[in-house]
Design a protein around this ligand. Sequence first.
Ligand SMILES: Cc1ncc(COP(=O)(O)O)c(C=O)c1O
Length: 512
Amino acid sequence: MTPPPQRPGKQINLMRGWPAHSLLPAEALRAAAQKALSDPAVYQPGLEYGPDQGYQPLREALARWLSAFYSGAGGADTSSGSDGNGNGKYSHAPDADRIVITGGASQSLACLLQSFTDPALTRRVWMLAPCYFLACPIFADAGFAGRMRAVPEDAEGVDLGFLERELRAVDAEAEAEKDGERKGFKDPGPYRKIYRHVIYCVPSFANPSGKTMSLARREGLVKLAREFDALVICDDVYDQLQWPVASPDDAAPTTTDEFPARLTKALLPRLIDIDLFLGPSPHDPSPSSPAHSFGHVVSNGSFSKLSGPGVRTGWTESSAALARGASQTGSTRSGGAPSQLAATVLAELLSSGALDAHVARTLRPAYRRRHALLLAAVREHLAGPLGARVSEAVRVPSPSVSGGDLLVYGGYFLWISLPEGGGAPPARAVAERCLAEENLVVGAGPRFEVHGDEAAVRFERGLRLCFAWEDEAALVEGVERLARVIRRMMDEGAGTGVPDPGAGVGDVGQLK
Ligand SMILES: Cc1ncc(COP(=O)(O)O)c(C=O)c1O
């Protein structure tokens, strides 16, 4: 019998999806805030109610910044777009009319559902699984409890065949029940429309899977949305956090100036860029009128992962018609865009180049190094000896890189899949024992199953590990603790144990 383990004193939290305190740009924010609050032309509007679509200088700065980052994305250098189609095809000139300032991606998701869905008329919410688990209660609050459906993925991303079949089946059933004759709860008025379906996804460096959807799947998903009158809500919150994969022995570069130039641009076009390229949709209420050309995608962006979640500020980019409609959400009209004061500070941070400098000199090098250390520890302690699989980098064919392909990773998370056979225990039981025996918090796969449709796509063997919160040494030690627990459980024959389905790890507040 193994003696009861000594629980280590210091907790290591590999579940928490927050930026480490050492990575917060406090000094740059202080300078930006001081500047904003010293100029009446800035602080007066900043401290008053703002316009519905948000602080205009931030809208304009974001429009330029986003256009510069996404223009030329998915070019001939990118594996998923190897036909070269993406090269410039999906680029768009800056247009502040397409941007709305929000209170961050979570608040914005709630507002989008208030404005563009009606639980009486919107048939289903389709969520790529595993999903960002905190989106589920936002959909439930909007009236979609019990109508969220899990959509499986493969290595390239969304399973388009599955989604198309299921959309068709749901539509056929709804039409047989004559749901078109049903009266909605809401009157969308002239600036909004009610979509039949919602599709929710994180196309790049996803939370929790770390996956990046290929260009072909992005194009296919937009096509399906346009056919089935769906609004695709993309949480594009990690796109800027990308780096060439390093080995743990690589000296961390002090700036991303050493990164290949390819990585100054987004790896792939966003789904909104593809939808804008395709122009008016047959489902638009009056397709010939730009004022009613809503399109089918909204990009939901956030400053949370760039300048710190406490700023509670984000943006959406969409068609100008959808942007106008989004800004007409009731709570926005009463008081103007949220985060009005923060928006003045962030406009300064963006326009001065300080945000770009922070991303290039602090975030990308730090996350690159942390990712390399965590990955190496996972390979050494979990993949090799236990047969676990780990989320893979995106392969970008790059003639400029010696040795061929450039491997790119990004975001905050590694996703681990424990083997099905061989006696490896289920993830929920592992997470419980990690906390009890090793003072280690990890995210167990079932937490990321789609609420109400868990059985459709299960993640009983999945684990999410975040490399943004803990410091480098703790990342490595965390994986060692995790491997110890799994080995101990395997020695005990716990692999066949059935976990208590009601048990979770910690409260959601400490995890996010
Ligand atoms: C996919 C995804 N969407 C939204 C959020 C939350 O964004 P915000 O802080 O802007 O509300 C997160 C944070 O972890 C996330 O990972």
